[in-house]
Design a protein around this ligand. Structure first.
Ligand code: TRP
Length: 451
């Protein structure tokens, strides 16, 4: 079993795997979501907890999830089946993979809607719509945009179709090349925007908001949201890293790769924050203005900086591509499962899975207009799907992965897969067996009010 070949081929090199995993990690989560939920959750308090979660839970769980996939080399459901047999454990560990697939569909359903916004904004940038923007104009533009269900459906469909086409071409062909180009350009764009932010009057205040430690603002909601965001942004807990791990050649160091991917992901998120909050403060916008934050701030930068037209077009284009390399990662576990277990061709699997996520996406579309007034437990339907997946399902999946890797799998197998020097293995083992599971568990207990 250990020599099993993945049905879907392998990454061509360690670099290719790192690129693909970075492509999965870096996406709307970094540039759209991180700034607005940091803004809603007290800025620096959120950022501190977030970084701690990435280091103490994110990196060890990313290693564990990749390792499970590489050992069994199948889709997440069959990977868990194979590994439980190998470890002589309860077959119900498979439910972990099922929950992951459900989470993947739910996330993809709204992810595609937001990526549709970014696509529409690319066109706006091309048309020069941001020229001479100010806070009032960008707010009106955004609110006007999301008020039309038909427009949102159009762009959501556009993006989902693009995802389906790329995934149908297979992970290797479609993905490696796209990410290779994207990452450098995206980094340059982020630095450029930070450069613009430095010239605004809100720079100091923005940095202060994000980085000056303020423990008084740490509430259980802040901690839960920060933990959820760490899982979401790294793309953990639902099988993405398992399926990407299944394509990893044996000689690749899982530990080093995880650190590089998590590092790049965190840097992009922080850069996005550093670019956005100065613009927020300089223009009298509010840090807690919600999912529209990026779309209301950055057009102001593009509308007023030299070369803003070009940079605006490039930026939103990059954002769409970054979203594509993540949406691919969200759908791949289900696609691989349909191919391997349901004997579908890759094309059939892509169409089925894509249509399910597309249909689910209508809930998110309407929750920004027609159904905006529907609140369940004080949340819109979009917030509910987002909260359920990011804050509950992903950490729960991560918790299960940690327990499986730390306690169920034979130690000799994890030693073999990770191939770390002893001193580093001990650190990983302590984090995966104790720190990460206890962290998730205690945060859950705290939120439900037991602690
Ligand atoms: N990490 C991506 C982002 O930040 C989204 C993503 C890709 C994801 N794969 C995932 C989120 C798996 C959760 C689970 O945009």
């Amino acid at each position: 079993m250990i020599d099993k070949q993945s049905l879907h081929g392998e990454w061509s090199s360690r670099f290719a795997f790192i690129l693909a995993a970075t492509g999965s990690a870096v996406g709307l989560g970094n540039i759209w979501k991180f700034p607005y939920i940091a803004g809603e959750n007290g800025g620096s308090a959120f950022v501190m907890v977030y970084v701690a979660c990435v280091v103490l839970m994110g990196i060890p769980i990313m290693m564990a999830e990749t390792m499970l996939g590489r050992r069994a080399k199948q889709n997440p459901v069959d990977t868990m089946r194979t590994l439980t047999q190998e470890a002589g454990a309860d077959s119900r560990w498979q439910y972990l993979a099922w929950m992951g697939m459900v989470a993947g569909f739910l996330i993809l359903s709204y992810y595609s809607v937001i990526a549709g916004w970014a696509s529409a904004y690319t066109l706006k940038a091309v048309m020069g719509d941001f020229f001479g923007s100010n806070a009032e104009k960008t707010e009106v533009m955004f609110n006007d945009f999301i008020s039309s269900p038909l427009r949102l459906i159009f762009w959501h469909s556009f993006f989902m179709l693009a995802t389906m086409v790329i995934v149908s071409k297979g992970v290797r062909n479609g993905l490696e090349k796209a990410v290779q180009m994207l990452m450098p350009v995206l980094f340059i764009m982020m630095f450029l925007l930070v450069g613009y932010a430095m010239t605004t009057s809100g720079y100091q205040q923005g940095l202060h908001f994000l980085f000056s430690p303020d423990f008084s603002k740490i509430t259980s909601k802040v901690v839960l949201t920060a933990m959820g965001q760490a899982f979401f942004s790294l793309g953990l807990g639902m099988g993405t890293m398992m399926i990407y791990g299944a394509y990893v050649p044996k000689n690749v160091s899982i530990g080093k790769s995880a650190i590089i991917v998590a590092g790049a992901d965190t840097i992009v998120a922080l850069l996005a924050g550093i670019a956005i909050f100065p613009i927020v403060f300089a223009n009298g916008l509010h840090p807690d203005s919600g999912p529209g934050l990026v779309f209301e701030t950055l057009p102001i930068a593009f509308g007023n900086m030299t070369g803003g037209w070009l940079f605006g077009v490039l930026f939103f284009l990059m954002l769409v591509v970054a979203a594509l390399t993540s949406s691919i990662a969200l759908i791949e576990p289900a696609v691989a499962w349909l191919i391997e277990s349901k004997d579908m061709t890759r094309d059939q699997a892509c169409v089925r899975a894509g249509l399910v996520a597309w249909a689910l996406g209508f809930v998110t579309v309407f929750s920004f207009n027609r159904w905006a007034d529907i609140h369940v437990f004080g949340h819109t339907l979009f917030e509910l799907i987002d909260g359920l997946t990011a804050n509950i399902m992903l950490p729960a999946g991560g918790l299960a992965i940690a327990i499986f890797a730390g306690w169920v799998m034979k130690q000799q197998h994890t030693v073999q897969e990770l191939a770390l020097p002893d001193s580093q293995y001990v650190i990983w083992k302590a984090l995966i067996s104790y720190v990460a599971p206890a962290g998730v568990f205690l945060i859950f207990l705290h939120v439900v009010g037991v602690l």
